[in-house]
Write a protein that binds this ligand. Structure first.
Ligand SMILES: Cc1ncc(COP(=O)(O)O)c(C=O)c1O
Length: 358
């Protein structure tokens, strides 16, 4: 049967042998007889990997964090390879690439995520196209299928990287989740998630994952984890799978609230710009006039937390331009991760904090 994503999120990764527990248990073990967890994985990791792999339509490998997963993808590249990244994208990834560039290991090219022509041109030249869609923090959307097509249709083989072949196309799908889009089905070779965010969904863990199109690439991901040592914690992998069971209902709920709040914010006289991705999701962004008003707004909130990170049950928001790594963002722009609270309560908090600015 062709079960829907909502049904598979609930059921994938369970073991259905006679007498198996409802949930794959937490396995706090460094060795499993002659097997070693960092080299061979554990059942707890595999249950999570099976479930997210099912939703994304590929082979999953879990890592200690999103950054651990990104690092494993960069590890596919030979020294001197060229990586193309969006100028607006997760700051930690840009920092990692900047470091690799400064030390001479990789070459970096930074393109505006909105400049599709530049991406299509780069697709013929680069070794790794790193896409993020929607981008963090500005929520720009990139045409994944079009860029993947320009990069060549054949399935990726990591072994071919650096020779006369096509680039690897990787997509950070943290904001969209597999409910919003499945990049492998759009032609990408690698999907990456910070499962710390919507997948885990409760702001109680750090975890990352890659999902790749071929078993060969999956083996390279596992090898990178083996070498790099960015292994998931047993509890974190278990919690992330528990969180994933409710991802479809949480995603639907935060998408509905975020769309409604984006609409109301767009009609508010104090708000100069609102961004909300066309494919939905729980993150929106809105702009007030200047850093001072935005800071005063954040300080005036009573319910929504002025906090970093996103994708939890609780609403959080942050003025990203306050961080040097995101200085390119408009000074008054606020990234808003919408949680599961009553939308009218969130709106009441927003309007009372905006009223204080007058
Ligand atoms: C889009 C995106 N990618 C990757 C990461 C890195 O993930 P982690 O913090 O789990 O290492 C983050 C974290 O904020 C993120 O927002």
């Amino acid at each position: 049967m062709n079960w829907s994503a909502r049904t598979r999120a609930v059921n994938s990764g369970r073991r259905d042998g006679e007498g198996d527990p409802a949930n794959v248990p937490i396995t706090p073990a460094s060795h499993l007889g002659l097997g070693y967890a960092r080299e061979d994985g554990t059942d707890t990791w595999r249950a999570f990997e099976d479930a997210i792999g099912d939703l994304e339509g590929g082979h999953a490998t879990a890592f200690a964090s999103g950054m651990g997963a990104i690092s494993a993808v960069f590890d596919l590249l030979p020294s001197g390879a060229e990586v193309v990244v969006p100028t607006d994208s997760y700051a930690g990834m840009r920092d990692m690439l900047g470091h690799a560039e400064a030390s001479g290991r990789l070459r970096a090219r930074r393109l505006d995520p909105r400049d599709t022509d530049a991406w299509l041109a780069a697709a013929g030249e680069a070794d790794l196209l790193w896409l993020e869609s929607p981008t963090n923090p500005s929520l720009f959307e990139m045409p994944i299928a079009e860029i993947a097509r320009a990069a060549g249709a054949a399935p990726a083989t990591g072994a071919a990287v650096g020779s006369d072949r096509r680039p690897i196309v990787a997509v950070d799908n943290t904001f969209a989740t597999p409910l919003g889009q499945q990049p492998l089905s759009l032609g990408a070779d690698v999907v990456m998630h910070s499962a710390t965010k919507l997948i885990g969904g409760h702001s109680d863990l750090l975890l990352g994952v890659t999902v790749v199109a071929t078993e060969q690439l999956a083996e390279q991901m596992r090898a990178a984890r083996r070498r790099g040592g960015a292994t998931p914690g047993a509890l974190e992998a278990w919690l992330a799978l528990r969180g994933m069971r409710t991802l479809p209902v949480r995603y639907a709920a935060v998408s509905a609230t975020a769309a409604e709040l984006a609409k109301r914010l767009g009609e508010h006289p104090a708000v100069v710009d609102v961004r909300y991705p066309s494919l939905g999701g729980g993150v929106l962004s809105f702009e007030l006039v200047g850093a001072e008003s935005a800071d005063a707004f954040c300080a005036g909130l009573r319910l929504i937390r002025h906090a970093t990170s996103l994708g939890g049950t609780e609403s959080t928001l942050e003025r990203r331009a306050a961080r040097p790594s995101d200085a390119h963002v408009p000074a008054g722009a606020i990234r808003f991760s919408v949680g599961l609270e009553d939308p009218d309560d969130l709106w009441a908090d927003i309007t009372q904090a905006l009223a204080r600015l007058e």
